[in-house]
Write a protein of this length. Structure first.
Length: 357
């Protein structure tokens, strides 16, 4: 029986109560397995399994391999989609008659939406289900990627690339959440996260190869056909390998508290990040002294600062679940790790782009 099937069977037989018929682990058993008992608000699929010593011991790399491969494949395709377009940009611009001053928007539109909507879709995944949103995100990428291939004019491909970025914004946080909530703590979970993390940089490198090969031997539209077809395949396989999530317990006050979406925070973060990224993109082509760029560079950071203050206020008062717990950054190790990832990703991405010139 597959890992997803066994998990789904356990969910269906136990009902809403995650500890129904299963005695809780003793502290000694917890220490031995490294698994923690789930809180009352933890409604993830394998939160059910964390209450048993046997599951933590029985989970192997072979059992979770199909799940991790599917999730890694999604992030692999996301970065291929971003990087391959950089290589085929001259062909697209020539066919659609896009002037040089606006060519960067084919790349920027995808990056803008995928970055700006990450937090919002991460929260929506907590509310409506990570499995559901991941699968929908895969098929959304299929539709928008094919739309990019059949775009007749530049405005159309700009819109399609921006919409495709929304698909990446859905699949990235849901994939991370599925690994975090589905695989019990331990060595296999660590390996799963490590394997998933390798999908993005490998996808960027492979995007260069895919774009270069296709630009030399075929039409640029083939890149989008390949990405769309692969994303559709991942979406289909995900239906069978991602375990179903148990229904929320309506009597659980913590679950009800977590089910709300901080729309004010979502607006502040999404708007602020979009404004800043648009200013950075336009500053290169229009000039940094233009009124719009200057205004955006002032307004955008104000929105982001307001977002941080709003999240801190929500966390302090407890009136609503924040999109991001800013207190997490008080952990120096976490903050240093995030800073390292930020600068490494920025340097690596810029290297891949400028190495194509």
């Amino acid at each position: 029986m597959s890992y997803a099937a066994s998990t789904n069977k356990e969910i269906s037989t136990r009902g809403h109560n995650p500890t129904n018929g299963v005695p809780p682990m003793t502290p000694a058993a917890e220490e031995k397995t490294g698994a923690n008992l789930p809180s009352s608000s933890d409604s993830s699929p394998l939160a059910l399994n964390r209450t048993t010593t046997s599951v933590a011991q029985e989970v192997t790399i072979r059992q979770v391999a199909p799940l991790v491969l599917v999730l890694t494949g999604a992030t692999f395709l996301n970065t291929i989609s971003a990087q391959a377009v950089v290589i085929i940009l001259p062909q697209i611009s020539k066919d659609l008659d896009i002037p040089e001053t606006r060519q960067q928007w084919i790349v920027s539109a995808y990056a803008l939406t995928s970055a700006a909507f990450l937090l919002l879709f991460g929260k929506l995944a907590d509310v409506y289900g990570k499995r559901l949103l991941f699968i929908l995100g895969c098929f959304w990428i299929v539709a928008t990627t094919l739309g990019s291939a059949f775009s007749p004019v530049e405005v159309c491909i700009f819109i399609m690339r921006a919409l495709a970025g929304l698909g990446a914004a859905v699949t990235i946080p849901t994939a991370i959440g599925i690994i975090g909530h589905t695989i019990p703590p331990g060595r296999v979970k660590n390996y799963s996260f490590a394997f998933y993390s390798g999908g993005a940089p490998i996808g960027q490198v492979m995007g260069n190869l895919l774009g270069g090969i296709i630009s030399n031997f075929a039409n640029w539209k083939v890149v989008f056909f390949v990405i769309g077809g692969a994303s559709g395949l991942i979406g289909l396989v995900a239906i069978f390998v991602i375990p179903k999530e148990p229904p929320r317990d309506p009597n659980n006050p913590n679950a009800a508290h977590a089910s709300g979406v901080d729309w004010i925070g979502a607006f502040l973060f999404t708007s602020g990040l979009l404004i800043v990224l648009i200013a950075l993109s336009e500053g290169v082509s229009s000039g940094w002294n233009t009124p719009m760029v200057i205004t955006f560079l002032v307004v955008g950071p104000l929105f982001l600062a307001s977002f941080i203050y709003w999240q801190h206020w929500l966390e302090k008062t407890g009136t609503r679940e924040p999109l991001m717990r800013v207190s997490t950054f008080k952990n120096s190790r976490f903050s240093y790790a995030m800073a390292i990832v930020f600068f490494f990703s920025a340097a690596f991405t810029n290297y891949l782009i400028y190495s194509t010139y």
